[in-house]
Design a protein around this ligand. Structure first.
Ligand code: FAD
Ligand code: PYC
Length: 402
């Protein structure tokens, strides 16, 4: 069908690496590519390479359930995720690439009285921060999601609703940022694993890779589940644990779920893709590991909950299941930070919830790398909070069981 389009140009080039760059970004997920794009576009730094051990966008960017929202509890995180939301709202135009951002709303269900109180508190905090949110009674939940069973083993007592939340097409986000960064002169180099970070006199010198040594004035690491592995190469310790997180999709069915529904208590969330697949995700697998798969009992538990809440889905067949490796920090918040090694920066700890942050993460990380100082929006997310004790506990708003 596409045979008449054989002269299509490549979306991005695959250059041989230069000997030296101003900035080397490790990891071509959405966050690394967004960082490269904003470095080039906003800060005019174009002698940049993004090094990827596999194919671009093949990590968690390709494996997530694409939920986008900004309804976090504390001021610091609400403002950071809200910046990302505002960037999402203009992203397809900015990149000239359709990232299929669909603001179909995100609902977080409450199943017990404590969850009702916590959720209502969060809605109030959100509104103070200019983040939209409203409380839904069970009847209002049913109006938006007619096929939900409110009276199962997990009774629905209400929920929050962020109407500006929704989903985006994960691959398109990586591809859109990659193409736009490439057009600004950024080198994107795939199949190029970083195997060591060289330092001299307390400063970064460059990276050893599968394609040889590459010198760099600055090295910015954005490798999600492999963050502590890369940190170890530079003698830096990060308070990060790597866990599998699983998701699965069904065969396509006719439209039956028109918003995103999340339930922390039952460890399940569900939406429906434009193609018709039901996209379902689980809580994290409790063990640590780097295998991009998970254990059967986690998804079995999730599907039990989904079927209790949506009995009409009990006969739908599941097509595919997979796992990604998420980088979980002690307060369920990211680390976007300089390190004690001059010229070395880390952006990690997004855990189960970094897809929604992709443009905002790139925006503030590019600023941090360009100025060697955090942006006002990521100042509170520096690594030193684990020494000062100024943690930002977002386990509740993370909305995925940890
Ligand atoms: P990645 O896309 O993983 O990119 C990191 C890249 O670094 C990878 O491509 C990897 O190959 C590369 N890399 C690693 N080591 C090296 C090396 N040594 N050299 C070179 N490259 C290297 N978040 C949400 O907001 N909403 C959701 O609905 C959601 N659902 C999720 C569901 C699942 C099942 C999973 C696994 C995650 C989910 N997340 C969600 C979390 C989200 O996917 C991540 O936080 C986010 O995608 C991280 O983006 P990234 O660009 O940092 O990571
Ligand atoms: O952070 O909203 C989220 C999320 C949903 C599924 C996984 N993470």
């Amino acid at each position: 069908g596409l045979s008449y389009h054989e002269n299509w140009g490549k979306a991005w080039h695959s250059p041989e690496p230069r000997k030296e760059y101003d900035v080397v970004i490790v990891g071509a997920g959405g966050h690394g590519l967004a960082t490269a794009y904003y470095l080039a576009k906003v800060h005019g730094i174009r002698n940049v390479a993004v090094l990827e051990k596999g194919w671009l966008g093949g990590g968690n960017t390709a494996r997530n359930t694409t939920i986008v929202r900004s309804n976090y509890l504390w001021d610091e995180s609400a403002q950071l995720y809200e910046k990302a939301m505002q960037l999402w709202e203009g992203l397809s135009q900015d990149l000239n690439y359709n990232v299929m951002f669909s603001q179909r709303g995100v609902m977080n269900l409450a199943h017990n009285l404590q969850e009702v109180r916590d959720t209502q508190r969060r809605i109030n905090a959100n509104r103070y921060n200019g983040v939209d949110g409203e409380w839904l009674t069970p009847a209002q939940v049913k109006e938006i999601v007619p096929n939900i069973n409110l009276d199962s083993r997990y009774p629905v007592l209400g929920g929050s609703f962020q109407r500006r939340g929704g989903v985006a097409r994960h691959d398109a986000v990586a591809w859109g940022f990659a193409r736009a960064a490439d057009r600004l002169g950024v080198h994107i180099i795939q199949n190029c694993p970083v195997t060591n970070i060289r330092r001299k006199d307390g400063a970064v010198e460059g990276v050893e890779t599968g394609k040889g040594f590459i010198k760099a004035k600055k090295v910015a690491v954005v490798v999600a589940g492999h963050s502590s592995v890369l940190a170890d190469m530079a003698g830096v310790r990060l308070p990060i644990e790597s866990h599998p997180l699983q998701a699965l999709v069904s065969e396509p069915v006719k439209p039956c779920i028109h918003t995103v529904i999340m339930s922390n208590a039952v460890h399940a969330y569900i939406s429906q893709s434009d193609k018709g697949d039901l996209v379902i995700g689980a809580g994290i697998d409790q063990y640590l590991g780097y295998g991009q798969r998970g254990s059967f009992h986690s998804i079995e538990h999730t599907l039990q909950a989904i079927v209790e809440m949506f009995p009409s889905l009990s006969r739908v067949r599941m097509n595919r299941q997979w796992g990604g490796i998420v980088d979980v920090s002690p307060d369920a918040c990211p680390i976007i930070s300089k390190t004690d090694v001059k010229g070395l920066y880390f952006n990690c700890g997004w855990g189960t919830g970094g897809f929604k942050a992709t443009p905002g993460s790139g925006w503030v990380f590019a600023h941090t790398v360009a100025h060697d100082e955090p942006h006002a929006l990521n100042k509170a997310f520096s690594i030193d909070r684990f020494y000062s004790g100024h943690l930002i506990d977002e386990h509740g708003a993370a909305a995925v069981a940890h």
